[in-house]
Each structure stands twice: as C-alpha cells, then as structure tokens.
Design a protein. Structure first.
Length: 207
C-alpha cells in the first residue's frame, strides 16, 4: 500500500548505505558527505512513514458472520407492506455495509433478512426500548464492547456493529454489519430516510 512506501524506501535506503560503507575501504570527503545526506533522507522517509501510520490507521477488518443467509417475512402482512419491506431491506443490504436486517413492529417480528442469527424473534431489550421511547437511533460501533449486546441474539453472534433505528413508537429496524465502526454519517442519514418511509407505510397499514 502507498502509505507503507516511505517506510519501506527509507529502511531499504538505510541498509543500502550501511552495506556500501562496509565494503568501501577508502572514503573520500565527497563520499562521506553523500553518505550523510543519504542517511538524513532515509531517516526523513522513515519518520514520514511512521507519521502516516498514525494519521491513517489501519481500517478494521471484516469478519465472516456466523449464520445462514435467508429471508423471513410475516405472511400475514399485505402485499404492499411485504413489497415495501423487501425493497427497504434490499437497498440497505446492497448499498451499505449492512449484512443483516431485522424489523420489529407492533409486538411482532415482521422481517429478518441477510445472515440470520439463531433466534427467530427480535428481542426487545433495554436498548430497543430506549430507541422507541426517545425516537432516536442508537449506533453501537463495536457490539462486543456493550453489555447490552445480549439482546441481539437474533443477529449473528459475531456481528460487529449495530444500528437500532426507530419505526415510530411501535417498532425498530435493526441493522448488523460485519465490520466495526463501519457506518458513515451518510449511511446513517440514508438509514434514517428509509426508516421514515417504512414507518409511514407501517402506520398506514395499522390505522
């Protein structure tokens, strides 16, 4: 990768200068000055390489989520709502880092799609309850760091990041990713827009 180039070139240059000095028996004044300049340039390149590592940290690695890929949708829903759920989940799975989508509404799980976890029902725990109450999404950037992760047993056990998005006061849409800290602000805005559209159609269905 490009960010490693200064570090590699500087290190190789330093070793090359050292090897050249070891095999040279009679040093001239000009050669000594050239070696000093070469050592300085190598040191600068190594320093730049180290600074790049700090300024551009290695992005987190993706994992293979544990589970089987599938699509489960509540058959009691109208065709219009089924189509809306299918569209929303497809857009999220294909245009964001999302690997699994689960939708809970009006006391039932109405959709699970992507890499599915063991439990077939969305477990409404403290995090989902708070999201429905406050009407504000929660983004758990690295799921394993949160004690409340136990409520997400319907997601693959090694899910890395989770967004819990409100669907009005009756439901939530839960997204799971296979990379921690992977959703950008643009992704979050996109998720919010899709959730608002989905909420409108679900509320219309239940009215």
């Amino acid at each position: 990768m490009i960010r490693y180039l200064p570090l590699v070139v500087g290190t190789l240059g330093g070793f090359a200068l050292l090897a050249n000095r070891m095999v040279t028996f009679n040093l001239t004044a000009s050669q000594s000055r050239a070696d000093a300049l070469g050592v300085l340039l190598s040191a600068v390149l190594i320093l730049v390489g180290l600074l790049w590592q700090q300024a551009q940290p290695k992005p987190p690695e993706a994992v293979n989520l544990i589970g089987e890929e599938g699509l489960e949708i509540d058959n009691s829903l109208s065709d219009a709502v089924k189509t809306e759920l299918a569209w929303a989940s497809h857009i999220l799975l294909t245009n964001t880092v999302t690997k699994v989508v689960a939708v809970y509404y009006d006391r039932q799980t109405i959709l699970r799609r992507g890499i599915l976890g063991k439990s077939k029902q969305v477990n409404i725990g403290a995090i989902a309850e708070r999201v429905m109450k406050t009407q504000k999404p929660v983004y758990l950037v690295k799921l394993e760091l949160y004690p409340g992760r136990v409520e997400f047993d319907y997601l693959p056990e090694n899910t890395q990041g989770v967004i819990v998005q409100p669907l009005g006061e009756k439901g939530v849409m839960v997204l799971g990713a296979n990379i921690p800290r992977s959703y950008t602000k643009q992704d979050e805005n996109w998720v919010t827009a899709i959730a608002e559209k989905l909420t409108y159609n679900l509320e219309k269905m239940s009215s």
